[in-house]
Design a protein around this ligand. Sequence first.
Ligand code: AMP
Ligand code: ZN
Length: 137
Amino acid sequence: MAESECIFCRIVNGDIPCARVYEDDAVLAFLDLGPMARGHTLVVPRKHCESLLDFPAEEAPALISALQKVGSAVMRAVGAQGFHVLQNNFPAAGQTVFHLHWHVIPRTEGDGMALWPQGSYREGEMAELAAAVAARM
Ligand code: AMP
Ligand code: ZN
């Protein structure tokens, strides 16, 4: 997709308004307009890339620093006691905007949000699967 057609590039460039909460040289952070919880914020690298696989690893420290600032501020602003950092890659994982971004989602005790269904492995399956992943590194 051309960057001129990318909605988050257009927000970063100031062509489309957003409810900005933080910015620095590396990222812009603004409220998600379809929040999973009040204060749900998106942390968006200024430079366009589509998924985590395209993200330059040397930019990780600035990104982590921004996530810490945003997570702490959002939690305190909405009176939450915790927060998730989520990041979707590719449509199968729910990615709908193909400009890399991290979701910061505040959590309040007893809010009832359920994000973490857990399954199980049959005997021996964990070792097989771990070996299959390790072989592809
Ligand atoms: P994802 O499913 O991880 O690609 O998340 C995309 C997110 O962007 C969704 O949660 C949308 O609600 C949000 N979103 C899309 N357009 C805008 C916008 N113009 N301003 C704020 N949030 C947006
Ligand atoms: Zn973009």
